[in-house]
Design a protein around this ligand. Structure first.
Ligand code: NI
Length: 168
């Protein structure tokens, strides 16, 4: 089922979402949700989608970097992460264009850490500990931000790069 995507201005995008309980994950409570989030991400042609973006203040996101991936790092290219947190590995940052399904038709340049360590829980409720680099690391930072009530606009030091994209 394709879910309705929340847009900037909805308060759910600005609150810190609740952690998912490992027991609930293990018991399959979120299986339907995760399937719906994958379906929604594909329908909207996104590379990531977080709980608040489907009006659910839960710390979960799905991602699929495959089409634009540069192949760096050691982590899956498609999956689901509950209660994700990241920490930078090194200081290097890269500036690239980002967009967001909750901020439609716009894009802007956002500096992100080039390498991050991502921890959280997988679809079975088991701990994950991934080293991500490049594009997939950017997705993780963008999606974890969503689960903390942030959007990429908050990370833009220079709003003059914000503009409408040509792809509608
Ligand atoms: Ni987004």
């Amino acid at each position: 089922m394709i879910l309705k995507c929340s847009r900037l201005g909805h308060p759910v995008l600005r609150e810190r979402s609740a952690d998912a309980a490992a027991d609930d994950i293990r018991q399959g409570r979120y299986e339907d949700l995760v399937e719906d989030m994958f379906e929604t991400m594909v329908a909207y042609r996104g590379v990531g989608l977080a709980g608040p973006q489907v009006h659910l203040p839960l710390r979960v996101f799905v991602f699929d970097s495959k089409e634009r991936d540069d192949g760096r790092g050691a982590c899956p290219r498609r999956g689901v992460v509950f209660n994700g947190v990241y920490e930078p590995v090194g200081d290097a940052k890269v500036v690239e264009w980002e967009g967001c399904l909750s901020v439609p038709f716009l894009g802007g340049q956002v500096p992100r850490f080039d390498k991050v360590r991502l921890r959280g829980l997988d679809r079975e409720g088991q701990p994950i500990d991934w080293l991500a680099e490049g594009f997939v690391a950017r997705i993780f930072q963008h999606e974890v931000d969503h689960t903390h009530g942030h959007v990429y606009l908050d990370r833009m030091p220079d709003l003059t790069t914000l503009g409408y994209t040509l792809v509608l």
